[in-house]
Design a protein around this ligand. Structure first.
Ligand code: BEZ
Ligand code: FE
Length: 276
């Protein structure tokens, strides 16, 4: 393995992967090296650009802590998260579509009774969310675990407030015998993804905005059904067609209806995909 040049170095690296015991790891790394080297040749990568790329990834790592996941953000704004979601959640027409998980889910959200107010002090206009969980045959799914999380009126999730040690605008409910659920919360608003780190630099360097259209996050688990991770997006939002993380799907857009006595209602029905 001497005198490698710009054409032969790729095979030299691939040869070294030949003994990788895990076949999937071998397959993935082989493809990664092949594409990475082809990319470098394609753009005629300079040494300064390689250094800048490494420094960017280093800053991305340094920005991460237990509340901030800059690598998820990076994957999101590059469309890699949505691509992976799309490939891994192919399902029959009629099932609720999946979208990105995002970096603001936390474990241990409080459990609430049906009809409860999950805002727990979060700022925002009052909103009632109602819906059902059913399967493709229209059969109600009782006892589904419905986890919801959202930003407040300022566009922040509870975990973005450094001194807040309670959960706000997030919680876990259970669907009723007829598959229905209901909770109170605050109106979802559009918000910018965190852009005070390397991902923000990238967005500015490419003349992109950081905004996401208003949405509620849902994760729904039920026995014998594929876990559903999705959002419901607000009809009429100005960012529906330019979501910074490419997550919008037409079937996930719904109307938050303004009520004459103040506040809003949202009705949305989820359809789960059976696992065989
Ligand atoms: C979110 O919707 O919470 C989110 C998703 C991707 C990147 C940033 C935020
Ligand atoms: Fe969000």
């Amino acid at each position: 393995m001497r005198n490698l040049d710009e054409h032969t170095v790729t095979d030299a690296v691939l040869d070294l992967l030949a003994a990788t015991p895990d076949p999937r790891l071998k397959f993935v790394l082989t493809s990664l090296i092949t594409h990475l080297h082809d990319f470098a040749r394609d753009v005629e990568l300079t040494e300064a650009e390689l250094r800048a790329g490494i420094e960017f990834l280093t800053r991305t790592g340094h920005k991460c802590d237990d509340k901030r996941q800059e690598f998820i953000l990076l994957s999101d704004v590059l469309g890699l998260s949505m691509l992976t979601v799309a490939m891994n959640n192919r399902k029959p027409r009629g099932c609720t579509e999946s979208t990105v998980f995002g970096p603001f889910h936390v474990d241990g959200a409080p459990e609430y009774a049906n009809g409860a107010d999950i805002a727990n002090g979060a700022s925002g206009e009052p909103c009632i969310v109602r819906g059902t969980v059913k399967n493709l045959d229209g059969v109600p799914v009782a006892g589904a675990r419905i986890e919801v999380w959202q930003a407040d009126a300022a566009g922040n999730y509870d975990v973005q407030y450094p001194n807040l040690d309670i959960h706000q605008a997030r919680g876990v409910l259970s669907s009723q015998e007829d598959g229905s659920f209901e909770f109170r919360t605050v109106l979802a608003v559009a918000y910018p993804i965190p852009d005070d780190g390397p991902v923000g630099e990238l967005l500015r360097a490419t003349a992109r905005h950081p905004w996401r259209p208003a949405h509620l996050h849902f994760m729904i688990n039920a026995k014998n059904y594929q876990t559903l991770v999705t959002h419901v997006f607000r009809e009429g939002d100005r960012y529906l067609d330019s979501d910074a993380v490419f997550g919008v799907r037409e079937t996930l857009v719904a109307e938050w209806v303004k009520q004459p006595d103040g506040g809003y209602t949202l009705d949305y029905d989820f359809v789960l995909n059976s696992v065989n």
